[in-house]
Design a protein around this ligand. Sequence first.
Ligand code: PNS
Length: 168
Amino acid sequence: MNTLIYPGSFDPFTNGHVDIASRAALLCDRLLIVILTNRAKKQHFDADTRVAMARLAMEGVDNVEVEKFDGLLVDYYRRVDATAVVRGLRSQSDFRFEAEIAAANKLLLPSYETCLLPCRPDLAFTSSSLVREVASYGGDISGMVPKALVSIIQKHLNNNKPAALQPD
Ligand code: PNS
């Protein structure tokens, strides 16, 4: 069984994440989307809400499962006997970050592999931080996230306070 992991903070899940997860699901028997903590960033949605949003976003794709994990990605990788990790690439700066975490994880676990999937060009500027920023001003996020997530995100963030635009 060929298992790919798609890890991230997914804060929240966007159409860019849906694109990468849907394409990755075609490349494996089982795709595990795992919600982790990125300690370099403040997380705006709690882990259970992020899991629920990812499940709603990927509803109907049979070989996709979503769960959360509190710990190192390499420990999760070992636990599920993964074949590789999938990450999406939007830009050169994404590549720099991805190369760093791939190298760090490979040091921790020599069998660790990474597959980098370039994002769809029309989604290159869609990010969780942009979604949070627009939603926090009450703006229209329906072009950036799946329909089922729009009201959940707006309810959480539409308080007219700007969310910090942190890179992600
Ligand atoms: O969506 P993000 O925020 O770019 O994802 C980053 C993430 C969550 C994959 C990374 O922060 C992570 O793997 N966190 C779990 C803890 C860990 O393993 N840290 C070492 C990675 S080098």
